[in-house]
Design a protein around this ligand. Sequence first.
Ligand SMILES: Cc1cc2nc3c(=O)[nH]c(=O)nc-3n(C[C@H](O)[C@H](O)[C@H](O)COP(=O)(O)O)c2cc1C
Length: 274
Amino acid sequence: MSLSLTNSFVKIPATKALSAFGNSIISKRNISRTVPNHFFFGKKPEKFEVKRVEIPNATWKKGTPQKIPSGKIISYEPKDIFNMIKFTKGTLLSATTLVSTVSADGVANTAPFAFCNCICPNPPIISITVHKKPDGSLKDTQVNIDATKEFGVSIVSDWFLESAISTNANLPPEEDEFEKIGITKMPSSVIKAPLPAQSAVSFECKVVSSTTFTDENGNETSVVYNGQVVKIHANEEFYNNKTGEFDYEKFNLIARVDGHYSKINNIINVDFVK
Ligand SMILES: Cc1cc2nc3c(=O)[nH]c(=O)nc-3n(C[C@H](O)[C@H](O)[C@H](O)COP(=O)(O)O)c2cc1C
């Protein structure tokens, strides 16, 4: 079954827009901009309903090319893209996850990650990419993974979006982000790092390989860690392992879209492809 993203974006003056997790993202932008409409203070989020929708082009026949957008295609060298991180987030839509780690001294850490995906189902491998901080120093997540070779990945749903994203705070390594931000710890079974109890689904991973990337000057920019999934925790309210089905009406998944977020609130019926 395939998912599509809600298109609940509206144009509003930035001065009136405040995100639900403070103004850290929205206040950086000027005057008129596009934000998801559920991020306005004062506006109650509408009741979350997942719509089962029909395929968008029901009359399509195999062998017939579908719509090609009429706009002119402009080709860029990657270096000429205005902001490559922003561009990839806007096009290759990603989940919003919390990555948990623990330091060599046993201090728990968690941070939001969008560069995170399952890159192989067998064996199950989840990959996360940790970028260096703008000043070139290492994030606690990277220091901790290098020390322990382990990390946890937890899916973010809308009932704890604000606290999940607030773990983005740049706290010193000796401070426990779970405790400081208010994420409840749930013990892992195999790895040492705790997991957020708020999450409907968490994966415990052990690093099997990593790749370091450098920029054109040879400076290290990011490390991709591939972690083999060694344990999965799935709340039975959202996942039924007898049928393999997720209850998306309850799951309330959040995707990262450009600098914004989107609730996944409709599912396109693709039965016809069988
Ligand atoms: C939604 C969201 C997604 C993020 N995704 C990533 C990511 O994929 N990789 C990364 O290095 N930083 C990412 N960040 C930034 C880190 O969460 C941030 O640098 C954090 O402070 C790192 O914490 P740490 O020093 O405890 O590891 C993201 C931030 C947000 C809000």
